[in-house]
Design a protein around this ligand. Structure first.
Ligand code: WT7
Length: 654
């Protein structure tokens, strides 16, 4: 088995949910979870149909699941509208005047939108989309700061059946262009700029670059929201202002009904090979998955102030900032900027100010908070918090304990939620009133999720034995395909255990004697840098596109705050020489091709005379990983093409 997924942690501290929490929770004991879980695995369709019934359907489905591995259709024959489920459904109740979104901009500006107001804005913007020629099934890129209009744009697309593809504001012009070309988007919704650490991210300018010179030809319209008031270029005939367009429309836009399998969105994510892939999610199943998990795992109640700190550019933002909480009629908090702007207490200030009760964030953020010091949370009253969550990467027990004690005051359960862009919704997580938690484990699968750890042959691993994490049964919020590439979809996720029809997650894991899942991390060539997923091959192709570079191999090294950091081994063409200037240029090259989030530290660009290869010419990545991590080189290296390279690589840059 891959040595990455050996078990390396033994953690025995157990934290049971407080009695007061359990008493009012939906699932309030391990026994109750166990019983319901078993029943849900015996008959997942029954469980999921029960959850789907909570949504508003125009036509009820005829068949719960049509499963022709690896292609699934959920709630076949049913019709619904996702935006109606997130908005209109709450208007005939006291929720009408409840805050749907509480927003704070980085400069400190604030807005609150009630369900009634959000509904009106979404209806009006839906009419703007129609006015600009957008139709059911058309693809739209949303490239926005984290402002309410990003949510309005998403829900308006959903309302008229257009397929949104949100591109995170930290991605580059080239990344936008690739995504437009891959999905054939006809429209981009953006803003002039967004704030980050006091600076303005030139979003519209990036869009201009993406479209310049007749690139990304499918785009005929760009709608621009005025956010940062930075100077921008307006291309006559192509670009229109959001606020102007809104003047022409009314707020009447009845929700159309769409097939349960109508595409809701495409979200691009990195894989182990090639360009990012467009993960396609559809309407009925996705909404069922995110709505049910939000309810059980975040224990959402009508008086909660729920804050998921993710950006809508990631799946976490889609599922647990927008669709999951709004389908549950919750109040969702959004904050535009950086956690340490203007000071490292910004998150705690926001929590105290709005009375946040549920906080969902990433281990990388928690590790940064620890480093910044306890005085920052200590400045603010965090006593409203009752539940904490983490997502994105394994949480180290020290960070878990700090989160528990310093932020949660020792009283809040922590839900460590494991899932992926592809799974759409949380797959493995404690239920806050039921599951005893151990720092570092995502604990047990959600209802209906048949997760197991298996060896290469598909046999379930023994207790504490590392293996591949797979899911054996389909679930409603699963990806339906990779947009435009069925073959890649089949190969990427369904080829390891093809005859069984199991989904391969790409993660390694082990289970302890109590059945808890310990996620060890990716076993493919995907990096997780500060919770952001990056493909090594994408970074490599960015590097070799630089004129000085002959060959590049990218691996991850452990990083105290970011979890992993990018390390690039680079060989140069004849006549080129490694220099600090070239290092800088290569970092910029990566930033340019992918986005600032992929930019390595300059010291992590390592010039080499050659890369270690096997006789058959494969780059020995395991070896490079060990060199990058500074660990001793283990195992058989006699197959190296040139053994002396190894010694040179190890001593480089010292
Ligand atoms: C990868 C998916 C799903 C939201 C954010 C990331 C890692 C995610 C956990 C967790 C350990 C985790 C996995 C997974 N991951 N959550 N709680 N514990 N690892 O979505 O960008 O699709 O990345 O993130 O390696 O495969 P994503």
């Amino acid at each position: 088995m891959n040595q990455n997924i050996e078990s390396h942690l033994i953690e025995n501290r157990v934290f049971k949910p407080a009695k007061s929490f359990a008493k009012r929770a939906r699932i309030s004991s391990p026994a109750e979870y166990e019983e319901l879980y078993k029943a849900s695995i015996r008959n997942p369709e029954k469980f999921w149909a029960g959850e789907a019934k909570e949504l508003l359907w125009h036509k009820r489905w005829k068949t719960v699941l049509d499963w022709k591995p690896p292609f699934a259709k959920w709630f076949v024959g049913g019709t619904l509208n996702a935006s109606e489920n997130c908005l209109d459904r709450h208007l005939d109740s006291p929720r009408k005047n409840k805050a749907a979104i509480i927003w704070e901009g980085e400069p400190g500006d604030q807005r609150v939108l009630t369900y009634h107001q959000l509904h009106r804005e979404v209806c009006r913007f839906s009419n703007v989309l129609k006015r600009n020629g957008l139709k059911k099934g058309d693809r739209v890129i949303v490239y926005m700061p984290l402002i309410p209009e990003a949510v309005i744009a998403m829900l308006a697309c959903a309302r008229i059946g257009a397929v949104h593809s949100v591109v995170f504001g930290g991605f580059s012009a080239e990344a936008i262009r690739d995504r437009v070309n891959d999905c054939g988007a006809t429209m981009i919704i953006t803003a002039d700029g967004g704030y980050r650490r006091g600076a303005i991210i030139p979003l519209k300018q990036n869009v201009d670059h993406a479209l310049q010179g007749g690139n990304a030809k499918s785009v005929g319209r760009v709608i621009v929201f005025r956010r940062a008031h930075n100077e921008i270029h307006i291309e006559e005939g192509r670009d229109v202002w959001w606020h102007r367009e809104m003047e022409y429309v009314d707020a009447n836009c009845p929700p159309e009904e769409f097939d349960s399998e109508h595409p809701l969105f495409i979200l691009y994510t990195s894989g182990s090979t090639g360009k990012p892939k467009g993960i396609l999610h559809t309407t009925g199943g996705y909404l069922t998955g995110v709505s049910a998990t939000s309810k059980y795992i975040f224990d959402l109640r009508d008086d909660d102030i729920y804050w998921c700190t993710a950006d809508v550019g990631w799946i976490t933002g889609h599922s647990y900032l927008v669709y999951g909480p709004l389908a549950n009629g919750a109040t969702t908090v959004m904050y535009e900027g950086a956690p340490n702007w203007p000071e490292p207490d910004r998150f705690w200030k926001i929590i105290a100010q709005f009375g946040v009760t549920i906080l969902y964030t990433a281990p990388t953020a928690i590790r940064a908070f620890i480093k910044w010091g306890n005085e920052y949370p200590a400045r603010h009253d965090l006593s409203t918090l009752r539940l904490l969550g983490t997502v994105g990467e394994p949480i180290n027990p020290e960070a878990w304990m700090w989160y528990h004690k310093v932020i949660g005051g020792g009283r809040c359960p922590i839900v460590d939620t494991w899932w992926q862009t592809e799974t759409g919704a949380i797959m493995i997580s404690p239920l806050p009133g039921a599951t005893p938690c151990k720092p570092g484990t995502a604990t047990r699968p959600f209802f209906g999720i048949d997760a197991v750890v298996v060896d290469e042959a598909g046999h379930e691993c023994d207790v504490d034995e590392g293996g591949k994490l797979v899911i054996r049964k389909p679930w409603p919020s699963m990806l339906r395909t990779i947009y435009g590439d069925k073959e890649r979809f089949k190969k990427q996720y369904w080829s390891d255990f093809k005859s069984q029809g199991w989904y391969t997650t790409g993660d390694g894991a082990r289970r302890d004697k109590d059945g808890n899942f310990w996620i060890v991390g990716r076993i493919d060539d995907v990096l997780n840098v500060a919770g952001h997923r990056l493909g090594t091959s994408e970074i490599e192709s960015a590097l070799v596109s630089h004129e000085a570079v002959a060959e590049a191999a990218v691996v991850g090294r452990p990083d105290e705050i970011k979890g992993q950091a990018v390390v690039a081994f680079v060989t140069l063409k004849e006549g080129q020489e490694g220099s600090p200037t070239l290092r800088k240029a290569l970092c910029s090259q990566i930033s340019h091709a992918i986005g600032p989030i992929a930019r390595p530290e300059e010291k992590d660009i390592r010039f080499a005379e050659a890369l270690p290869k096997t006789r058959s010419g494969k780059i020995m990545r395991r070896l490079l990983k060990e060199i990058a991590s500074g660990t001793e080189v283990r195992g058989d290296t006699t197959t190296l093409e040139d053994f002396s390279i190894l010694t040179r690589l190890r001593h480089m840059d010292e």
